[in-house]
Design a protein around this ligand. Structure first.
Ligand SMILES: [Zn+2]
Length: 433
């Protein structure tokens, strides 16, 4: 199936189900998941602009909002990702995106401008497009939706550097720095301290975040047959390279099979994330989490690139040797260990360590009283995310323990049993993409 045909599906659906789409827009803006917590910020202007996009931490409201959207309506038209591969026959067509026509077998660097700075100068960011010589799916890569997450930027560069359009089937679209304003400031957030990844699919008449989200979604994401959104941990936390995927969605499961031996964590996407909005619009999407913010971590970058390049081969877009010895993905459900005391957190385990129930994960020492508390693993599993050594408050999510399971069990409600002990549905500030 050509990218163009798929694109027309997406537009068709928006027109066909305007009520659902409107609801989506409302959900995206009204139930933004996470409050921005820039330490230099008193939050005043966020509070003053309280029209429709009040930041909310309540996972309950998110669930309620999600129930407003009938998934059968939004998914009805969808062709599975596999169609894009198996039905790819005939001749490749020119790819029409951002006002340009990219001929088969060529690549171009385009520019996407979502918004203007205060002085009226458009802010643009590069969009890399490689249109293959043969037909196939259009795969999209987005990075730095959070402006301080650098590993994904380098992953996109490496993946595009390796692609030869004259040997490619289908098309690859990459946006290395989505949140260019946050990137320039070294910040996760937009200049108004909103989290862009709580505003998709956006709203052309909404807040700055909602407008940027809408522009990206309509101008770029609507062209995709599948999406990989590249992230890292946040707030001085780092993640073992892993996929976050909704394993209740068969097309998303298909996508996870392509990444080789990457860890897969079942997670229903938070409303307003790019992954959420894309999947709902019929574009199967996964998030790659690799490493932590504000650093370029070569091992994590290489791991992510290897996963995406495996996917390109699995989808029939490139022909390469098998990249992984063991191509089976490893499925996990997970639970966070939180600090019950404030103080200096020092780890005793490293990312990727295997732990048994009761093993010492780290200690928290009160810098005044010198009282030391131990953090022990409540489960046997693997450390798939953890805080860097730092000063923490009580309640801070410190170690993310992954519990290995099979694909089906990962998507069952067992996950909820584990995370409910935290009393907030497992929600961790800024950890969910
Ligand atoms: Zn992120």
């Amino acid at each position: 199936m050509s990218a163009l045909r798929r694109q027309s599906h997406t537009c068709h659906t928006i027109c066909q189900y305007p009520t659902v789409f409107l609801l989506l827009l409302l959900c995206g803006s009204a139930f933004a998941g996470e409050a921005a917590v820039d330490p230099t910020d008193n939050g005043v202007d966020v509070l003053q602009d309280s029209t429709v996009d009040i930041d909310s931490r309540s996972s309950e409201t998110s669930v309620a909002a999600e129930e407003l959207v009938d998934p059968t309506l939004t998914r009805e038209y969808m062709g599975p990702l596999a169609d894009a591969v198996t039905q790819a026959e005939g001749k490749a067509e020119a790819l029409s995106i951002l006002g340009s026509e990219i001929a088969p077998g060529t690549s171009q660097r385009l520019s996407w401008s979502a918004t203007e700075l205060f002085e009226g100068v458009p802010v643009s960011t590069p969009v890399l497009v490689a249109n293959g010589i043969a037909p196939g799916p259009t795969l999209c890569l987005t990075a730095a939706v959070h402006g301080d997450e650098l590993n994904g930027i380098e992953m996109v560069r490496r993946i595009f550097h390796d692609i030869e359009p004259r040997k490619l089937s289908g098309a690859l679209i990459g946006v290395p720095i989505v949140n260019v304003q946050g990137f320039r400031r070294g910040s996760r957030y937009l200049p108004d301290r909103r989290d862009l990844n709580r505003y998709f699919p956006g709203n052309p008449n909404g807040s700055a975040a909602a407008r940027i989200a809408h522009s990206l979604f309509v101008d770029v994401i609507a062209n995709c047959d599948a999406l990989i959104d590249l992230h890292t941990g946040s707030f001085e936390r780092t993640n073992l390279p892993q996929l976050r995927a909704n394993l209740r969605d068969p097309d998303v499961v298909t996508l996870t099979h392509g990444f080789g031996a990457m860890v897969v964590l079942h997670s229903k996407p938070t409303i307003g994330t790019l992954r959420y909005a894309a999947t709902l619009a019929g574009i199967p999407a996964v998030t790659v989490e690799a490493g932590g913010p504000s650093q370029l971590e070569l091992a994590e970058v290489k791991h992510g690139v290897k996963g995406v390049e495996s996917l390109l081969t699995t989808l029939g877009m490139t022909r390469k040797r098998r990249l992984w010895g063991n191509p089976e993905p490893v499925y996990y459900r997970s639970s966070w260990v939180r600090a019950d005391n404030g103080g200096i957190l020092l780890s005793d385990v490293s990312l990727g360590s295997t732990v048994r129930k009761g093993d010492l994960l780290g200690t928290i020492t009160d810098p005044m009283s010198n009282a030391r508390t131990e953090l022990r693993s409540p489960y046997s599993g693997r450390i798939i995310g953890m805080a860097r050594n730092q000063v923490v408050m009580p309640g801070f999510a410190t170690f993310h323990v992954g519990i290995e399971t099979d694909e089906v069990s990962a998507s069952e409600d067992k996950e909820v049993e584990v995370v409910e002990k935290t009393g907030d549905g497992g929600y961790v500030d800024g950890m969910s993409e």
